[in-house]
Design a protein around this ligand. Sequence first.
Ligand SMILES: *Cc1c(COP(=O)(O)O)cnc(C)c1O
Length: 415
Amino acid sequence: MAVSERIGNGSDAAAELRAAAHRLDAGDALRPVRDRFTLPGDVVYLDGNSLGALPKAVPDRLAHVVAHEWGALGICSWTESGWWEAPERVGELIAPLVGAAPGQVVVGDSTSVNLFKALVAAVRLAGDGRDEVLVDSSAFPTDGYLAEAAVRLTGHRLVPVLPAEVPGRLGPRTAAVLLNHVDYRTGRLHDLPGLTAAVHEAGAYAVWDLCHSAGALPVGLDAHGVDLAVGCTYKYLNGGPGAPAFLYVRAAHQAAFDSPLPGWNSHAEPFGMRSAYTRAEGVTAARVGTPDILSLLALEAALGVWEGVDLAAVRAKSLALTDFFLECVDRYVPPGRLESVTPAAHEERGSQLALRTPLAAALMPRLIARGVVGDFRPPDLLRFGFTPLYVGFADAERAARVLAEELGAVGSTAG
Ligand SMILES: *Cc1c(COP(=O)(O)O)cnc(C)c1O
């Protein structure tokens, strides 16, 4: 059966699904939060897992920072405008979103740099006698590169493992384990509580990369005993292109946190300009150099969208949205054309879906041309991120319908 025929005779299906989308949007308690964002006109934006949309408060705040804090106050803003302590202050805004009590999150540098700091610090916490570092081999590539550089510095041995293999590979030699909470390709959510507990049982330290979970679902860093964690702020936290990343150092580990990059911002008395290094107390010890103030303050303004937002509601909507999108795809697309590589089970699903088709590379530009913005990951994946703060059910229905139409068109020209 041709796709057009299926959609055609499924104009019933389309009417039904559109009505369902309308009902779901009308009952969505998070719907008003969408108005806190500037979204591209007439576009279904499903790429918030790569670059979050622009919160409306950011442009005016940035304009004020540039004109007033930088332009008028100049260097006085380091104290008068609170620039110096912005890394810790913005960290406190992220802390509740990842389940951390105050004093454990600092913002600055990229995720890549923070991964390096966290991993080296973790193996130093583990001390002598443990010579292995387990690293998620399905992780985002930068994690693997930095892990390799970290063990080259510390003299440990790198053991690439899939998250499911971690419990079987842990042992008395394991110093630390680096894992991704949600797989950036497949959208699979890994068992952070269970894996962290297994790592601890082996006497090792758990480092989690939260790039695809922070702002998308409850993380519970304190509750699950995570040792160190890092994450992006430009994905589900909407901080803007290149917004600085965050680093979580569990309070219990802060006294012994030994950074491989102890720049002057991590000094106990940075303006003492001493030649001898004395580590600052608390999570400040994880800072390096001068913070990128413009990006950091854009992020601070962006985090205002979370006011009054309950993460449990975000998670519930994320699952409802991805379920509904899959249902629409199932109704609109003939069987066998697309395969979802994202687990169907809710407890194994992040906030994105990845659909596999050999036509993926040709398809995504056509979807974008028709106002459905997702992305393509080689060799054959279409990724669609569902940010519950600004994506609605009508968006999901439209995206699935356009996907089915373009799949039909590409499929027939491809033969
Ligand atoms: C996006 C992403 C990164 C990106 O790191 P940067 O240093 O910010 O470029 C790292 N790890 C994961 C898992 C990611 O998804």
